[in-house]
Design a protein around this ligand. Structure first.
Ligand SMILES: [Fe+2]
Length: 293
C-alpha cells in the first residue's frame, strides 16, 4: 500500500509565495530504471522522487511493483510527456492517467505546454506552440479537461525550443501566463529550459522569470544541457551549468523555497552522483534563502 501521512506532514512546509496549498517537498530526482532496486532496497537519502507517468500507466506487472515500493518509502509526484495539451485529447491516455493518479494520490500532476503531433502522426518530441489567442484558448480547455479527469492540482511545464512560429503574437512568458491564469493551474518551471530557450532565441532569461506569476510555481526542474552549432540542446545528460544555478538562485530569492527536481535522463550516472547534484541544489537554495534574511 502507499504510505500515508507524508503529505500531511509536509504541508507544514510550503513555498513562501504560493497561491496553492502545496507542500515544499525539498530536493528530488527522477525515478529511473537503473536505480529502482537500489532505491527500494537501500533507501538512499533523497527528499522525494518524480515519476514519469507513462512508464507506469499499465495494469500490474513489474513497473507497478517498483512504483508501489517507491511510494512506501518516499514522497512522489507524477510527470507526463504524452498528454499533448496543444493537440487533441486521447481518452484512453486520460483514463489510464486518472487511474494512476487515483492510486498514487500525488499533491500535483504535470505535463508540458506543447504538442507532440497530430491525430495521424506522433513526433515523439515536445514541440513548441504558436503563441496565439486561438491556441491559448484551446490549451486552456484541454488543461481544464485533464485537471477535472485527474482530480488533483495540475501544473504545466515550459519546454525548451529551437524554433518559433511566425504566427506567435506574444512572447513565451506572456503566453504561459495567459494559459495558467485562464486555466487556473500551476506552473512547473523548468529553469534550464528558460535558459536554453533564452540563448537559442536571444532573450533575457530574467525577463522571463520577472514576468510570470511565481505564486503559481509548484515545482522547479533543473537539468544539464549540451551545446551544438551554437544552439543549446536540452539533453538532460550532464550536470547543471553555472548560469542555470544562478537563475535558480534568482527564482528562489523571489519566491522562497519550492520543490526542486534534478532531471538526468541520458548517460544516467550512479545514484550517488545524483545525490551530489541534489546536494548542490540544496546548498544554492539555502544560500539564496539566507541572502533574503
Ligand atoms: Fe523539465
Amino acid at each position: 500500500m502507499f504510505r500515508q501521512g507524508w503529505l500531511q506532514d509536509l504541508m507544514m512546509k510550503r513555498p513562501a509565495v504560493s497561491r496553492f496549498a502545496v507542500p515544499d517537498l525539498g530536493i528530488g530526482v527522477g525515478y529511473r530504471v537503473p536505480h529502482y532496486r537500489q532505491v527500494v532496497e537501500e533507501q538512499p537519502e533523497m527528499d522525494w522522487f518524480e515519476v514519469l507517468s507513462e512508464n507506469f500507466m499499465v495494469d500490474g506487472g513489474s513497473p507497478r511493483h517498483w512504483l508501489r515500493e517507491l511510494a512506501k518509502r518516499y514522497p512522489l509526484v507524477l510527470h507526463g510527456v504524452a498528454t499533448s495539451l496543444g493537440g487533441e485529447g486521447d481518452p484512453g491516455h486520460l483514463r489510464r492517467l486518472a487511474a494512476l493518479v487515483a492510486e498514487v494520490r500525488p499533491p500535483w500532476v504535470s505535463d508540458h505546454l506543447c504538442f507532440t503531433g497530430s491525430h495521424t502522426a506522433n513526433a515523439h518530441d515536445l514541440l513548441p506552440l504558436p503563441y496565439t489567442p486561438e491556441v491559448r484558448d484551446h490549451v486552456i480547455g484541454r488543461i481544464r479537461e485533464v485537471s477535472e479527469a485527474v482530480g488533483t492540482l495540475y501544473a504545466v511545464e515550459n519546454v525548451s525550443s529551437y524554433l518559433s512560429w511566425k504566427a506567435s503574437e506574444v512572447p513565451e512568458w506572456e503566453f504561459l501566463t495567459q494559459v495558467v491564469e485562464g486555466a487556473d493551474c500551476g506552473i512547473l518551471l523548468d529553469v534550464n529550459n528558460v535558459f536554453v530557450s533564452s540563448v537559442n532565441h536571444g532573450f533575457d532569461p530574467m525577463e522571463y522569470i520577472n514576468n510570470i506569476p511565481l505564486d503559481r510555481v509548484v515545482q522547479i526542474h533543473l537539468a544539464g544541457h549540451s551545446i551544438k552549432d551554437g544552439y543549446r540542446l536540452d539533453t538532460h545528460d550532464g550536470p547543471v551549468c553555472d548560469e542555470v544555478w544562478e537563475l535558480y538562485a534568482a527564482v528562489i530569492q523571489r519566491m522562497g523555497s519550492v520543490s526542486t527536481l534534478i532531471e538526468w535522463d541520458g548517460d544516467v550516472p550512479e545514484f550517488s552522483r545524483l545525490q551530489q547534484e541534489a546536494n548542490q541544489a540544496r546548498t544554492i537554495r539555502d544560500a539564496a534563502l539566507l541572502a533574503l534574511v
